[in-house]
Design a protein around this ligand. Structure first.
Ligand code: NAD
Length: 260
């Protein structure tokens, strides 16, 4: 991919203080896009990492479960950079329990953060993109947007939902320069997955390394994690000219998980 193809564009990546979101923000910054970061925890470290790539960086700490926070963040984006050209809906959380034991509050939080937030950011970003006749919405779904796994009802429901939202957003803008696509990773070793590794290691009294081997072995034929950098490069492709007519896809990067 040639460098600096996104100079003059602004990308907002939700949930980008960590993991996949930070990786995607860095890949877009390497192409010259100005970046708005969002998420919880330390913001100064991620801001410095992205700024080191030579682009303008801003941060907004909106809680993606709160529509009023999302509205404030989108207004901040307009005020700071004039609008959002590339929207990456990435913020997400996980909780693992059977349906009958699933805490109602966790269900509501997962649906709000992993699904409904993307509706709010998209509805607020689209008018500017349509006016420019150029825009990219990239929804970070999951293999769980395509297939299910036991114990992950809310997550699988939200991720199937965001794949549906991706298709409808793509269709409604199909005759314009605005595209919408989803990325569906398999296992990526981020804090979200490390918690699941730790739980497995504790439950089975095994080491971290053995728990990782088991986790990958259950679902992922390549026995390898996908990396945030690889996902970032897929996001860059979706932003490229070559992807002008890629619309409404749910593109898995999953080591063969969903090929089985
Ligand atoms: P992560 O825990 O490393 O990062 C999640 C990010 O979201 C963090 O920046 C966190 O601060 C932010 N966040 C959480 N709740 C928020 C809220 N209410 N408001 C604003 N920000 C919030 O996790 P990750 O693995 O990088 O996950 C990123 C996305 O990728 C998620 O949507 C996840 O479902 C998806 N995904 C992850 C994997 C994986 O294996 N790690 C696989 C498929 C899909």
């Amino acid at each position: 991919m040639s460098e600096h193809t996104l100079i003059g564009k602004t990308a907002l990546v939700t949930g980008s203080t960590s993991g996949i979101g930070l990786g995607i923000a860095q890949s877009l910054a390497r192409q010259g896009a100005n970046i708005i970061l969002n998420g919880f925890g330390d913001a100064e470290g991620p801001k410095a990492e992205v700024a080191a790539l030579g682009v303008n960086v801003a941060f907004h700490g909106a809680d993606m479960s709160k529509p009023s926070d999302i509205e404030a963040m989108m207004k901040f984006a307009d005020d700071t950079f004039g609008g959002v050209d590339i929207l990456v809906n990435n913020a997400g959380i996980q909780h693992v329990a059977s349906v009958e034991d699933f805490p109602v509050e966790r269900w509501d939080a997962i649906i709000a953060i992993n699904l409904t937030s993307a509706f709010h950011t998209s509805r607020l970003a689209l008018p500017y993109m349509q006016k420019q006749n150029w825009g990219r919405i990239i929804n970070v779904a999951s293999v769980h947007g395509l297939v299910g796994s036991a114990q992950k009802s809310a997550y699988v429901a939200a991720k199937h939902g965001i794949v549906g939202l991706t298709k409808v957003t793509a269709l409604e803008n199909a005759t314009t320069g605005v595209t919408c696509n989803a990325i569906c990773p398999g296992w990526v070793l981020t804090p979200l997955v490390q918690k699941q590794v730790d739980a497995k290691a504790a439950a089975l009294h095994i080491s971290n390394g053995e728990a990782i081997k088991l986790l990958l072995g259950e679902k992922e034929p390549s026995s390898q994690f996908t990396t945030p950098e690889e996902l970032g490069e897929l996001a860059v492709f979706f932003c490229s000219k070559a992807a002008n007519n890629v619309r409404g896809v749910a593109w898995n990067m999953d080591g063969g998980w969903t090929a089985q």
